[in-house]
Design a protein around this ligand. Structure first.
Ligand code: MN
Length: 278
């Protein structure tokens, strides 16, 4: 492998969305994120959940220097004037008990509405609330709104119960990976539900994480954006000064490749089925 050692120029954005870093787990690509943060800045950074993996840390303490460095990198950016909003996910839901609190200049909010430079409202949330809804999407679609609300409530109770008995959070993403054949249609269901939630909240789009599947697409006229993760895809979403969105993937050996520049992907979700070998 010959790394293309291009000079790394600094990129400055209006907003950056980063999620699913899973600090505290061995899978976290902390060094890659550090390299990314060293050459990316923004006026505002959204941490869209599962930044710290509290579940892993509870079982076995894994906190190398690089994980500390990531936290320090965010705190340093906050000190230098970047507005940082932390939207907790299911793996860092201990932070959900502190809405409105500030930690070293980083503000915790359960969800938020971000307004782009071109005046669009984007609902920002992690997305785990929809796990059970996705699992039962067809039934819920049939039963209607009350079932949808009930399913979200059941999901919260279900996972509280699992936790009490020492089980991990029931994770949509890991479950979906076990069912690779059906994963794409479930990812499709997740996207559709998140877009519907944005619509319900009077927003033009949604930015979420949770399923570790970076994406900028359109679902039923609503912008669906997923910031991906720093476990496998090393991806982030950037908003440029004119309000357009860009999916950044960090390869570690070159400048990030802007993959999709807000080109809504309208093809059938099934067409995205990953060609998985072995
Ligand atoms: Mn999650």
């Amino acid at each position: 492998m010959t790394p293309t050692s291009q000079p790394r120029t600094h990129r400055h954005f209006r907003t950056l969305f980063i999620s699913d870093v899973h600090l505290g787990s061995k899978a976290a690509q902390a060094e890659q994120l550090l390299a990314f943060l060293a050459v990316h800045d923004a006026e505002k950074i959204y941490l869209v959940g599962d930044i710290v993996d509290g579940w892993r840390l509870k079982r076995a303490w894994h906190w190398p220097q690089s994980h500390n460095d990531v936290v320090q990198a965010f705190l340093r950016k906050a000190r230098k004037g970047t507005q940082i909003v932390y939207i907790p996910g299911n793996h860092d839901e201990f932070l959900r008990g502190f809405p409105g609190q500030h930690f070293g200049g980083i503000e915790v909010r359960l969800t938020d509405v971000h307004e782009t430079a071109d005046g669009r409202k984007l609902l920002v949330m992690h997305g785990d609330e929809f796990d059970v809804v996705v699992r039962n999407a067809r039934l819920i679609a049939y039963l209607g709104d009350w079932a949808y609300d009930a399913a979200i409530a059941i999901n919260l109770v279900f996972n509280r119960f699992r936790r009490r008995f020492g089980f991990g959070y029931w994770s949509f993403s890991s479950w979906a990976k076990l069912k690779v054949k059906n994963a794409v249609s479930f990812i499709g269901a997740f996207e559709t539900l998140l877009a519907a939630e944005a619509d319900r909240m009077g927003c033009e789009g949604v930015v979420c994480g949770h399923i570790h599947h970076p994406q900028i697409a359109e679902r039923s006229g609503i912008l669906y954006v997923n910031s991906g993760d720093w476990v496998e895809s090393c991806s982030a979403i950037a908003e440029r000064n004119d309000g357009t969105l860009e999916l950044l993937t960090w390869t570690g050996t070159q400048m990030p490749v802007p993959q999709i520049v807000e080109k809504p992907v309208l093809e059938d979700a099934r067409a995205l089925e990953p060609a998985r070998a072995a």
